[in-house]
Write a protein that binds this ligand. Structure first.
Ligand SMILES: NC(=O)c1ccc[n+]([C@@H]2O[C@H](COP(=O)([O-])OP(=O)(O)OC[C@H]3O[C@@H](n4cnc5c(N)ncnc54)[C@H](O)[C@@H]3O)[C@@H](O)[C@H]2O)c1
Length: 338
């Protein structure tokens, strides 16, 4: 199949008012596509997309992916669907597990059913969370997954995303062009403390206010913090490359950084002395919470098939994020940081 058939096509981005979705929309517009955003603004915000709405090639629809008729109406008009709408963030999932499962599984089912009817190509946003506490580092797409017990609600998010992948693969085996992306801690401008990569937003805000930086646990847990421009470029490749159909891709950086080192780097870039306070995971997320000690992808598959390579170092990405945060976080102006 020729990837150029997706040139200038019409695209639906569910969750397009969210962090990744708003950046993806911008990228799609820059690449000549017309974009419809479907978002219920539950965690997304008009602030993320207001700057895009003057563009005649972008349309915003406030609504939920749980409404099958609404979904069908807009999927019918799209040749390509990036399905990013979901209940996101460990705290949201732990606090509202039933809603999370309903949106993350029921909503995806609505998208796939309509896409199958209208023959639209689909990218499903999955997550590095699906690997759970696997010790098989770096995580490979065909590696085993290890999740904790179902009594720990944190795992409902990973389970819901894994079920989405199963659904996607099933539809793909029936001939629908579906691909899946597993994101690894995306960050960048527009990142919010309540969102998925909240740790970076929290550290920057705290450093701005001259406060101690709060580490959950001992701060030795590692993540692969991926700058949003890399996340978006990878997502676009997954949605348009002919060999991505029916496949799952890790999209992230292979650079592993502990949360404590992340905090230290942010302080260094802001010119403040790092000072920490630690809190127990249980005190933030409730009893029985389980954390993931290491989370690192292999992006070999995305490199080989899609030519994807993350380009941003942590320092470069953080500098851009801090630059944005200086103008957008409350009390940034009263910062003690130099
Ligand atoms: N940010 C990351 O590092 C990361 C990591 C792993 C997976 N993901 C996945 O990527 C996608 C985007 O995440 P994000 O970080 O941009 O989060 P986000 O919260 O900023 O974006 C999610 C968007 O979905 C919208 N939404 C939620 N429920 C909806 C519903 N019922 N109908 C319509 N819209 C709805 C929200 O309002 C929001 O705009 C999600 O599917 C998430 O699970 C993100």
């Amino acid at each position: 199949m020729d990837s150029s058939i997706y040139k200038n096509c019409s695209v639906l981005v569910t969750g397009g008012a969210g962090f990744i979705g708003s950046h993806l929309t911008e990228y799609l517009l820059e690449n000549g596509h017309a974009v419809t955003i479907l978002d219920d603004l539950s965690t997304g915000s008009m602030k993320n997309i207001n700057g895009l709405l003057a563009n005649p090639h972008v349309k915003f629809i406030e609504g939920t992916i749980l409404d099958p008729e609404l979904v069908d109406h807009f999927v019918a008009k799209a040749e390509l669907v990036f399905h990013l709408a979901a209940v996101v963030g460990v705290k949201n999932v732990v606090d509202f597990p039933r809603h999370g499962i309903e949106v993350n599984v029921g909503g995806t089912e609505n998208i796939l059913k309509s896409a199958s009817k209208h023959r639209s190509r689909v990218v499903l946003a999955s997550s590095s969370e699906v690997y759970g506490i696997s010790k098989d580092i770096p995580f490979r797409e065909d590696g085993d997954r290890v999740l904790g017990p179902t009594s720990v609600q944190r795992w409902s998010y990973a389970a819901s995303k894994a079920l989405d992948e199963h659904l996607g693969l099933t539809y793909s085996s029936e001939g629908l062009p579906v691909s899946m992306v597993r994101y690894f801690n995306a960050y960048g401008p527009r990142i919010q403390e309540s969102g998925y990569g909240s740790v970076i937003a929290r550290f920057i805000s705290q450093a701005f206010r001259g406060e101690k930086l709060t580490l959950y646990g001992d701060g030795d847990q590692t993540r692969s913090f991926t700058y949003i421009a890399d996340t978006v470029r990878g997502t676009y490749l997954v949605g348009t490359h002919p060999d991505a159909i029916g496949e799952i891709f890790n999209i992230g950086t292979e650079v592993e950084t502990s949360v404590k080192d992340l905090a230290t780097e942010i302080c260094k870039l802001l010119g403040v002395t790092p000072e920490f306070e630690t809190v127990r995971f249980e005190d933030v997320f409730g009893p029985d919470f389980q954390d993931i000690p290491r989370r690192v992808p292999s992006v070999e598959k995305a490199g080989k098939i899609l030519g994807f390579n993350p380009e941003y170092s942590l320092e470069k990405g953080l500098k851009k994020t801090i630059e944005w945060a200086k103008e957008h976080y409350k009390s940034a102006n009263s910062t003690q940081a130099k």
